[in-house]
Design a protein around this ligand. Structure first.
Ligand code: PMP
Length: 398
């Protein structure tokens, strides 16, 4: 009996599928503003210099390929906690935080979902609309009930604060509330410090279990600044979960470097809970790969490499910010009558441009410009070489 012949093809991933279509496009002046990958002024995705240096050292000094432990490198896990909460945070010194190195942020989110499903009584997970589509897919995969909270106001092109609060007021005690640590994907819109304070207070009062997805630390305003939301919650909560990704801020996309962090009321509870995190990992992939996390650990342990990394991260951040300003200016100069100023204030790589699916389709078909159909633009894909043509073409479809 044929076991596979009845299987229908799965729909292509909307974002990764766009990348494939871009590759296949033979037009020389094509532009890819789809997938969220940083690109420099030349349109390249370079290896961070401090990582390259760390890799050189690793090549010379590494003397075994023995397995890592289930939770990965201990030094990397400690350094991750310091980035999240600050070097001397009570959460760390008390042993209330436990971290496992993971296969990217996606891996950390999957661990989080499995942990919540198996070890807590949480029934619902609240996810913003819109969000990174994999959030829904990951929590669906473990059979969690997904509820949505409104996040984006199409008219004002800003945070839909009133509706966000109205929706989250319905979250019950023990519900998981997924928050983007900074650089909300896809909108680029983050809560203000005051709004973070309000949310953290509300969360503590209602007894939510916050899950921070922290995939862009350092891309909004700086490593410390970007942790404001998480640290505000951490002040109010005894228990929370964090998924870290180092794909963007260390440029380590294909090395799959991330971390899952669990914060509990005290060290004993944390250790007990974490023993189940290890069981989950053992069944999923046994233990993580070494190379990317070893490179990160090497950079973070060396003052010079660390400073070089922080400077290069600032360069990436500043380049994206300057492209935002230029993009908005040039759209005006090329004749756009509608106001795109909101793009300047957004954080991180992404911008919700307000372009409609029809406009996005025309940009692809007529001009070879690739944008996600939601209108999300990867601003990091804009360079001095393509910005003129990009703005001219956008104005033609407006
Ligand atoms: N969360 C968000 C919000 C993201 O944008 C991404 C990457 N696109 C991830 C998680 C996953 O990151 P990683 O590639 O490290 O798995």
């Amino acid at each position: 009996m044929a076991m596979f012949s009845h299987i229908q093809a799965a729909p292509a991933d909307p974002i990764l599928g766009l990348g494939e279509a871009f590759k296949a496009d033979t037009r020389a002046n094509k532009i890819n503003l789809g997938i969220g990958v940083y690109k420099d002024a030349k349109g390249q995705t370079p290896i961070v210099k401090a990582i390259k240096e760390a890799e050189t050292r690793l090549l010379a000094e590494e003397n075994t390929k023995n397995y890592l432990t289930i939770d990965g490198r201990a030094d990397f896990n400690k350094q991750t906690q310091a980035l999240l909460f600050g070097e001397t945070a009570e959460i760390i010194t008390s042993g209330r935080a436990k971290t496992a190195q993971s296969l990217g942020g996606t891996g950390a989110l999957r661990i989080a979902a499995e942990f919540v499903k198996r070890q807590t009584n949480a029934k619902n997970v609240w996810i913003s609309t819109p969000t990174w589509p994999n959030h829904n897919a990951i929590f669906n995969a473990v059979g969690m009930n997904i509820k949505e909270y409104r996040y984006y106001n199409k008219e004002t092109k800003a945070l839909d604060w009133d509706n966000l609060i109205a929706d989250l007021s319905k979250a019950e005690e023990g519900d998981v509330v997924l928050l983007h640590g900074c650089c909300h994907n896809p909108t680029g819109i983050d809560p203000t410090p005051e709004q973070w304070e309000t949310l953290a207070k509300m969360s503590a009062e209602k007894g939510w279990l916050p899950l921070f997805d922290f995939a862009y630390q350092g891309f909004a305003n700086g490593l410390e600044e970007d942790a404001f939301g998480l640290r505000t919650f951490a002040k109010n909560h005894r228990e929370l979960l964090v998924s870290s990704s180092f794909s963007k801020n260390f440029g380590l996309y294909n090395e799959r470097v991330g971390a899952f962090t669990l914060v509990a009321d005290n060290a004993e509870v944390a250790n007990n809970a974490f023993s189940h995190v290890k069981t989950i990992i053992r069944v999923l992939y046994s233990n993580p790969s070494s190379h990317g996390a070893s490179a990160v650990a090497t950079v973070l342990a060396d003052d010079k490499l660390r400073a070089d990394w922080i400077a290069e991260l600032a360069e990436m951040r500043d380049r994206i910010k300057s492209m935002r300003t230029k993009f908005v200016q040039l759209l005006k100069e090329k004749g756009a009558t509608q106001n795109f100023d909101f793009i300047i204030a957004q954080n991180g790589m992404f911008s919700f441009s307000g372009l409609t699916p029809e406009q996005v389709d025309r940009l692809k078909e007529e001009f070879g410009i690739y944008i996600v159909r939601s209108g999300r633009i990867n601003v990091a894909g804009i360079t001095d070489d393509n910005i003129d043509r990009l703005c001219e073409c956008i104005v033609q479809v407006l």
